[in-house]
Design a protein around this ligand. Structure first.
Ligand SMILES: Cc1ncc(C[n+]2csc(CCOP(=O)(O)OP(=O)(O)O)c2C)c(N)n1
Ligand SMILES: [Mg+2]
Length: 348
């Protein structure tokens, strides 16, 4: 029997590319934790453990044509959709020419106009409404555009998710809803947040297929996303995919999960890390050798070193530019911008 990736129509280069993308997202994430601890980045909210699902699900999306409304763990999907390691680090350092917002957004608020990647808001779940709105717009224009949005299982209980999925179901919109279920909403475990324990099962109530996948199984995630993408593109409507993933880190750099998770539970998470699981599968398929793996790891390390060096050397925003890209100019009604602080007038 041919290896699974061949059955799915993926080449050896495709799966090695997916593996490399996962490693790169992990390496950028780890580097940014160091930068946060060194006082260079204010805050980190990590995608570690989610990379397999994210790379695989973003893989079928057509760059420059499709759209994505991400959430704060979407580092690997944002990178698969076009953001570079340097873009990500530059945004976290809030540099003046950061592609996400020119240094206005919080860390982890991925976005980039050149990539059709919508900037997110901190209230969880609001990105789902944006995704459905984009899908509605594409439908009105008759464009072949598929929109993907991602959110956590805690967020799946927000009103916006119900409104968005119901609207997409009623109007048969080309959206892929991806719930990355990591079992916790900060410190609250799944059984205290999701009645019935399944997010995918809710899809039936919205008239769309609900698919449950193991987020540690990259090729299953890819197969589910590709099928959802084809359905959406053919005009057959939305899909909800729930990927069971692991959150390998604390919720954020402001949290310590040892206070609410058993140490044995935290240790056991490593077994579900998608990166070694995928590496093992590629080895068994004869695609990844030790030498190839070492070469990819070295390339990724060099790329992250280079990206962080270049990002750190980028210019800081100047206080006098604080209003730019925050308010439309001129202010509607003819008012003038009020300085946010004396520094905002250009003083240093
Ligand atoms: C509307 C709203 N309520 C509360 C918060 C605070 N908050 C930020 S992340 C989070 C947990 C979300 O959990 P989940 O959706 O499972 O995503 P995860 O962080 O596990 O990936 C909460 C409660 C918020 N940002 N917005
Ligand atoms: Mg969660």
């Amino acid at each position: 029997m041919p290896p699974r990736h061949v059955e799915l129509g993926l080449s050896d280069d495709d799966v090695l590319g997916m593996y490399r993308a996962m490693l790169l997202a992990r390496a950028v994430d780890e580097r940014m934790w160091l930068m946060q601890r060194a006082g260079k980045i204010a805050f980190i909210i990590s995608g570690q453990g989610h990379e397999g699902a994210q790379v695989a699900m973003a893989w079928p999306m057509r760059r420059g044509q499709d759209w994505m409304a991400p959430y704060y763990r979407s580092i690997a999907s944002a990178m698969t959709f076009g953001m570079s390691a340097e873009d990500i680090i530059t945004a976290h350092l809030a540099k003046a020419d950061d592609v996400s917002s020119g240094g206005r957004q919080m860390p982890g608020h991925y976005g980039g106009a050149p990539y059709n990647l919508v900037s997110l808001s901190s209230p969880v779940g609001t990105q789902v409404l944006h995704a459905v709105g984009i899908a509605m717009g594409a439908w009105v224009r008759g464009d072949d555009v598929v929109t993907m949005t991602q959110f956590g299982e805690g967020t799946s209980n927000q009103g916006e998710i119900h409104e968005g999925m119901n609207f997409a179901g009623v109007h048969n919109l080309p959206v892929i809803f991806v719930c990355e279920n990591n079992g916790y909403a900060i410190s609250v475990p799944l059984d205290r947040q999701v009645a019935g324990g399944s997010v995918a099962a809710r899809a039936a109530g919205y008239g769309m297929p609900g698919v449950l996948v193991d987020g540690g199984d990259v090729l299953s995630c890819y197969a589910a996303a590709r099928e959802a993408h084809q359905r959406a593109s053919r005009g057959e409507g939305p899909t909800l995919i729930e990927a069971r993933v692991v959150r390998l880190t604390s919720h954020s750099s402001d949290d310590d999960q040892r206070r609410y998770r058993d140490p044995a539970e935290v240790d056991a998470l490593k077994e579900r890390d998608p990166i070694p699981q995928f590496a093992n599968e590629l080895r068994a398929a004869g695609v990844l050798s030790d030498e190839r793996d070492a070469a990819i790891q070295a390339e990724v390390k060099a790329e992250v070193n280079e990206a962080s060096k270049r990002a750190e050397a980028r210019p800081e925003p100047t206080p006098g530019d604080a209003h730019e890209r925050v308010y439309a100019e001129p202010i509607p009604g003819g008012g003038t911008a009020v300085p946010l602080s004396p520094l905002a007038d250009g003083g240093h």
